[in-house]
Ligand binder design. Structure first.
Ligand SMILES: Nc1nc2c(ncn2[C@@H]2O[C@H](COP(=O)(O)OP(=O)(O)OP(=O)(O)O)[C@@H](O)[C@H]2O)c(=O)[nH]1
Ligand SMILES: [Mg+2]
Length: 650
């Protein structure tokens, strides 16, 4: 038995779900073909997906042929659900990247391409929607070759593009494609130059190898809606993507890539790399604890059932073997990203992060239920996180965008019967020290206590995140207290002096002292946040705001209006590209200024313009143009109150 776990990725509405449906139909797994527009596909089975016609969560489906199993994971394309893609990417053997011939390269396409290349996942491209009026598939191919890789190799021709009867035909590789393959294969190049007589088989073997190595990318034209090019896509997957053997031997090693809550309780979707898991096995599940000292903690979990999932159907298979994926019931403590069986090196894939913060209001008296519901949902989606502030009785959630929020509202009503409303969105800012700052806290009174912490905060370049180092020897401050300081710094920086998470910062412990008799085990947890805040106060704070990259295509008559809008949003843009009466522009704009621009742009272009966006980066922002956040909880610089609070007296 051979197997492949194949992800299908693209920007929103490119036709992923339709393509998966067609592949299942072609394989004989489906007798009737479902449709996104009628809400009847295999992989869009949630009510919210069927109602809206968009995918919200990743869903798997599989089919078999000749002792081979293809397991396809259909992912959502909307930017708000990138978290789903991120998690799926960790467990794939290969990918199909769908590009729409009508819309061409979108911001999300670029983003996914970049990530696929970073993790070097073998990729086949499906250039879909060749039937759409006005599309130009060959121009999109050229654009892909220019922007992504010149080694994108078309395997078929397309006829009657832009018409309902668009069709495809398999073709031998063009001379250009062969030359491209020769570029990175000196043996082949020599032969080509010598007699120009390369056999079809030699060329195919080279393309297989280069695809597996992530150097070449077969491309297939098609129209998923019309079932055109699907068999060519299937053939390309079979021929060029790497299939794996089943690996039932060895100690179980796997990863949890998705969590769900179903009527049967919590379900962990696991990809196993090797070994075997069975119903009623107990297996250790490891979690790397980022908050503390980055060592893994584990808990034993008992498996009650192992299910194969295809669309909404589940079948008890009782067995999960190396290189398979399956849904495992009974692992009540498992979270996304947990390692099953043992600790191993993982790809850390970060595509995006929540950009908006909302307050959530539920019915009076139902707070407990609401928090429980949100906590379950955030288990499923680690990119949605929440905080319950008991003093303010306020529930705050962080999400990627408005669509995610609407889906959340729907799910909370559907699953838990709870009605919720939201505040207006606030953009999630961050902050960073303006310069070096030093913070010293001597917590030595009122006894018994003793914790002296001296920290230095240094700004780091944009995008560096957080770093911590201790310059204090363990003979000066005991190892376990050093660990307390490291943990407490990480948690203290969640709210800096402006109320936002502190990033692009390095904290160094430059001095410290414990006392043989007086130090209480919790003292360093109390003293460190004070030292952190003192250091940040000393450094001064710079506000950072999130930026998105917009990609806009519209009739060229709109060019000056669009540029005017971008300038009005404090945006920066590259020189516009004009072709065939259309202008395409890329711009980097602050999230706060562009929240409603989708609507404005759509009405400007009477719905004919194309706009897509993707998170870009965080950048300095003048305080008066941004926002500070009210502090949640007690400020460590309100020292007396903080100490009382920490000592449990408040
Ligand atoms: N004309 C045309 N329409 C298509 C084609 N493929 C898909 N569509 C339509 O495009 C829309 C989106 O298709 P989906 O399959 O849901 O796209 P998706 O990529 O799964 O979308 P998300 O999961 O929401 O990101 C639907 O209305 C489809 O009927 C195609 O080849 N030609
Ligand atoms: Mg879909």
């Amino acid at each position: 038995m051979r197997i492949i776990n194949l992800g299908i990725l693209a920007h929103v509405d490119a036709g992923k779900t339709t393509t998966v449906e067609q592949m299942l139909y072609l394989s004989g797994k489906l007798r009737t073909l479902g449709s996104v527009d009628k809400g009847s596909t295999q992989t869009d089975f949630l009510a919210v997906e069927r109602e809206r016609g968009i995918s919200v969560v990743s869903a798997s489906a599989d089919f078999e042929y000749d002792d081979t199993r293809v397991c396809i994971i259909d992912t959502p394309g909307h930017m708000d659900f990138t978290g789903e893609v991120e998690r799926t990417l960790a467990v794939l053997d290969g990918a199909i990247l769908v590009v729409s011939a009508a819309e061409g390269i979108q911001s999300q396409t670029e983003r996914f391409w970049r990530v696929l290349r970073e993790i070097n996942l073998p990729t086949v491209i499906f250039l879909n929607k060749i039937d759409r009026t006005g599309c130009n598939p060959e121009a999109v191919l050229k654009a892909l070759q220019t922007a992504f890789s010149s080694a994108i190799i078309p395997l078929n021709h397309c006829y009657n593009a832009g018409e309902a009867n668009a069709s495809v035909e398999q073709c031998p590789l063009s001379d250009e494609s062969i030359l491209e393959l020769c570029e990175s294969d000196s043996g082949l190049a020599q032969k080509y130059l010598d007699d120009e007589n390369l056999s079809a088989q030699e060329i195919e073997v080279t393309l297989i190898r280069q695809t597996a190595e992530g150097r070449a990318f077969p491309l297939v034209y098609g129209s998923a809606l019309g079932g055109v090019g699907i068999s060519a896509l299937f053939e390309a997957v079979k021929a060029f993507l790497p299939f794996k053997p089943l690996l039932p031997e060895g100690a179980p090693t796997g990863i949890v890539y998705k969590i769900e809550h179903t009527s049967a309780g919590k379900v962990a979707h696991i990809r196993l790399y090797e070994g075997t898991l069975r119903n009623r096995d107990t297996v250790n599940v490891y979690r790397v604890n980022m908050e503390s000292t980055e060592t893994a903690e584990f808990s034993p979990e008992k498996i009650t059932q192992i299910q194969k999932v295809s669309g909404s159907k589940r079948e008890d298979i009782g067995l999960l073997r190396g290189n398979e994926i399956a849904a495992v019931c009974g692992m009540t403590g498992a979270k996304v990203g947990d390692m099953v069986g043992r600790v191993f090196e993982q790809r850390n894939i970060r595509i995006s992060e929540p950009l908006f913060l909302f307050r959530v209001y539920g019915d009076a008296g139902k707070e407990r239920e609401l928090i429980q519901a949100i906590s379950e949902l955030s288990d499923e989606d680690p990119l949605m996180n929440y905080e319950w502030e008991p003093n303010l009785r306020e529930l705050v959630i962080r999400v990627m965008g408005k669509i995610q929020l609407e889906v959340l509202e729907f799910l909370i009503m559907e699953r838990y019967g709870l009605a919720i409303t939201f505040s207006q969105p606030s953009v999630i800012y961050k902050e960073t020290p303006a310069s070096r700052g030093i913070g010293l806290e001597r917590y030595t009174m009122p006894k018994p206590c003793w914790a002296v912490v001296k920290l230095q905060a240094d700004p780091l370049p944009r995008g560096s995140g957080f770093q911590y180092e201790s310059a204090v020897h363990v003979s000066v401050l005991q190892h376990r207290y050093q660990n307390h300081v490291a943990t407490a710094v990480r948690s203290a920086i969640k709210q800096g002096r402006l109320g936002w998470e502190v990033t692009d910062v390095k904290f160094t412990l430059i001095d410290g002292e414990d006392h043989k008799f007086h130090t209480h085990p919790m003292d360093f947890f109390l003293a460190t946040p004070i030292a952190v805040m003192k250091a940040l106060d000393d450094a001064g704070s710079v506000l950072l705001e999130p930026l998105v990259k917009l990609r806009l295509t519209a009739d060229e008559t709109f060019i000056s209006r669009i540029i005017g809008d971008i300038i009005g949003m404090r945006g920066e843009f590259d020189s516009p590209v004009i072709s065939n009466g259309k202008v395409t522009l890329e711009a980097i704009v602050p999230v706060s200024a562009s929240m409603d621009y989708y609507i404005k742009f759509s009405s400007l272009t009477s719905g004919r313009g194309i706009i897509s966006s993707d998170f870009h980066s965080y950048k300095e922002c003048p305080l008066e143009l941004g926002a500070t956040a009210t502090r949640r909880g007690i400020d460590p610089l309100d020292r007396d109150k903080w100490i009382l609070h920490k000592r449990g007296a408040l």
